[in-house]
Design a protein around this ligand. Structure first.
Ligand SMILES: Cc1cc2nc3c(=O)[nH]c(=O)nc-3n(C[C@H](O)[C@H](O)[C@H](O)COP(=O)(O)OP(=O)(O)OC[C@H]3O[C@@H](n4cnc5c(N)ncnc54)[C@H](O)[C@@H]3O)c2cc1C
Ligand code: FES
Length: 365
């Protein structure tokens, strides 16, 4: 009995010592101290080392796009590292091409700031703000998609381009940590104090479950933006737009902007859904056909039921390319929706002669 007690005592002393050593090691090894962060050769910050570059920048109120919230699964948080980035990590491989890697492009959510670091980012990211929005309206657009209206305090405003997106910071709930998720702004840029988002429900999705189950009018949410290079391009090319589901959000921002500014361009919008019940904003789209310079709406249902009483197009938006698009002459395409839809559309448009430069898209992944 005495021997057993001695053994237990020795073992617990060793365990205690080991955990003490581990905690000392953690504190000393992981304590990188203060480091210098230089951005665009012109701005210098003193930052605490040890955190990811993405979080370190956020601490300085500099927000890099991060649609997956730093999980290393969206590839949106790329920055150019001039020096001090440390070795390229295996977690970056799937998102950074060989050419980008040679140019110093890194995933800012993956690399840790362990030494002085110099980076380059687009100047417009200094205009990205994190603001607290008040929820002023929640409306069902379909059984799975909600329109959420947000308002800023009087003294705050958001400048964005038609088609850009913001990131919602979902607060912690039901054991989930806070997460950032990307949502396209559906309002036109003239609406600086209030924005509208269309948010589809994803089963077990952290942000969308919060929005669909818990968010109430009167709540406040932290939103950061604007981000994105999917936005209206000035010019005189005819515009072909393709969207399914919530992919209509940035398209609405662009259409509303063009309508407000009487822009004289020819636009055709192909909008797809499963059944008639999954279509939304149809009245507004039909009224745009009357007020815009030359706007044509083509609706397509993939699974119309007899109740749909449907005599319009049947199939997927991809099926409409061969029927409606003759060639790529003086045309540009705006595509928005889930990744398979975009991946299927791009080769079809290329077959018609579209070059990469004239195909703009936002994949909602
Ligand atoms: C630039 C950009 C703009 C976007 N704009 C919009 C928008 O306007 N409206 C909108 O509703 N969404 C939009 N999204 C998608 C959005 O950012 C989220 O990915 C989506 O809402 C799911 O978030 P979540 O936290 O609920 O799910 P998560 O917790 O991230 O995911 C939970 C699980 O569901 C899977 N999953 C995630 N998304 C989908 C999906 N769409 N379909 C099926 N499975 C999925 C994941 O793989 C995971 O297994 C956009 C994405 C990007 C990158
Ligand atoms: S934030 Fe998504 S990969 Fe870095």
């Amino acid at each position: 009995m005495e021997n057993i007690l001695k053994t237990v005592l020795t073992l617990s002393t060793i365990t205690g010592l080991l955990s003490l050593l581990l905690s000392i090691a953690n504190k000393t090894i992981a304590n990188y101290g203060t480091k210098k962060l230089i951005i665009n050769q012109s701005k210098e910050y003193l930052v605490e080392g040890g955190d990811s570059l993405l979080s370190t920048l956020n601490e300085q109120n500099i927000f890099i796009p991060s649609a997956c919230g730093g999980k290393g699964s969206c590839g949106y948080c790329k920055v150019k590292v001039i020096s001090g980035g440390g070795p390229f990590l295996s977690t970056e491989k799937g998102y950074v091409t060989e050419k980008e890697r040679v140019d110093g492009i890194r995933l800012s959510c993956q690399l840790k700031v362990k030494q002085d670091i110099e980076i380059e980012i687009p100047e417009e990211l200094f205009n990205v703000k994190q603001l607290t929005y008040l929820v002023t309206g929640i409306e069902d657009l379909t059984s799975k998609i909600k329109k959420i209206n947000f308002k800023l305090p009087e003294n705050e405003s958001l400048d964005y381009k038609p088609g850009q997106y913001v990131q919602i910071l979902t607060p912690p709930y039901e054991g989930n940590e806070e997460v950032y998720r990307a949502y396209s702004i559906a309002t036109p840029p003239s609406s600086k104090h209030a924005i509208e988002l269309f948010i589809g429900y994803v089963p077990d999705g952290i942000c969308t479950t919060y929005i669909h189950k818990y968010l109430k009018v009167g709540d406040k949410l932290s939103i950061v933006g604007p981000f994105g290079d999917f936005y209206y391009r000035e010019g005189d090319k005819d515009m072909l737009m393709f969207a399914i589901g919530t992919g209509i959000a940035p398209i609405m921002s662009i259409l509303r902007y063009m309508n407000e500014n009487n822009i004289e361009r020819k636009v055709t919008f192909f909008f797809g859904a499963r059944t008639r019940k999954d279509l939304f904003l149809i009245d507004e789209l039909h009224s745009l056909e009357k007020t815009m310079y030359e706007f044509k709406l083509v609706l397509v249902l993939s699974r119309p039921t007899p109740e749909c009483n449907w005599n319009g197009e049947i199939g997927r938006v991809t099926d409409l390319v061969s029927k409606y698009i003759l060639d790529a002459n003086n045309k540009e395409a705006y595509l928005c929706g889930n990744p398979p839809m975009i991946d299927d559309l791009i080769p079809l448009l290329k077959d018609k002669g579209f070059i990469d430069e004239n195909i703009l898209y936002d994949k909602f992944e």
